[in-house]
Design a protein around this ligand. Structure first.
Ligand code: GSH
Length: 253
């Protein structure tokens, strides 16, 4: 039975699931579902038209955390969840920081690197991003420093899958972690040295290089939940209203 991953090497959530499949050693067929030609097929599987979507035989699973949970239920060998219940609770909390706050900052601040825009980010956006990433890194560092090093749950699992795409993109985005985050730096280095994460980096770097030639939507930006919340909570609601009025925003159905 074929496992098919509707994703994109440009999406941190699709990469999270690809990393999970690869850590488990599961073969899968990747489909570039953010190509405009794939949009209708993606929407049939997931009415929100978001990646990732996993198709495993007759079963369709949407949302990265649900997909990873499914993979551990269905293919328990090489688990992505830690064994102890208390560790699972801690791991889910760490995943949530990456998926919620860190993804929002990274995505909202990224548009001027890849979208079709002639303007600059609204004043203060990048500074707000750097400040809030620092706060998230303080939280991450404390959790990592209190646990085994470099992999907090012994072996790489879903926490690494969730954080790696963001941490690996910090420099590209112009963000930095200051030198005090020793456990975080050791964790990043260990992931970069791991063959699964290293292959993900190479794949994404070459994909991003060719992005402008792909059939991707780069004018209308896709907005949803946490990404809007972060923007509003940091005072950029007027800029967002202008984006909507200029026809530059789209939303899940
Ligand atoms: N909660 C979802 C979030 C998925 C998500 O935000 N996907 C984005 C890409 S990172 C997407 O598909 N956006 C649609 C688009 O860009 O057209 C998950 O964890 O899978």
């Amino acid at each position: 039975m074929t496992i098919r991953l509707y994703g994109s090497w440009f999406s941190p959530f699709a990469r999270k699931v690809a990393l999970a499949l690869e850590l488990k050693g599961l073969a899968y067929e990747p489909v570039d579902a953010l190509d405009r030609n794939a949009h209708a097929a993606l929407q049939r599987l997931n009415p929100r038209a978001e990646v990732p979507v996993l198709e495993d035989g007759d079963l369709v699973v949407v949302n990265s955390s649900d997909i990873i949970q499914y993979l551990d239920w269905r293919y328990p060998e090489t688990p992505l969840y830690p064994a102890a219940i208390a560790d699972r609770v801690t791991a889910r909390a760490l995943e949530r920081v990456a998926d919620g706050r860190v993804d929002a900052i990274m995505t909202d601040c990224s548009f001027w690197r890849w979208a079709e825009r002639e303007d600059a980010p609204p004043e203060g956006l990048m500074e707000a991003g750097q400040r809030d990433l620092h706060a998230a890194a303080v939280e991450l560092e404390a959790a990592l420093a209190a646990r085994p090093s470099p992999f907090p749950f012994g072996a790489p699992g879903f926490v690494e899958c969730a954080w790696f795409p963001h941490l690996a993109a910090l420099r590209w985005m112009g963000f930095r972690l200051d030198a005090r985050f020793v456990a975080t730096e050791a964790w990043i280095a260990a992931m970069r040295a791991h063959p699964v994460f290293e292959a993900d980096l190479r794949r994404t770097a070459s994909f991003v290089k060719g992005l402008a030639d792909r059939n991707y939507e780069r004018r209308k930006l896709f907005w949803r939940g946490d990404r809007i919340e972060w923007l509003f909570s940091r005072g950029f609601h007027r800029w967002f209203a202008q984006e909507i009025e200029a026809g530059r925003a789209m939303f899940p159905a």
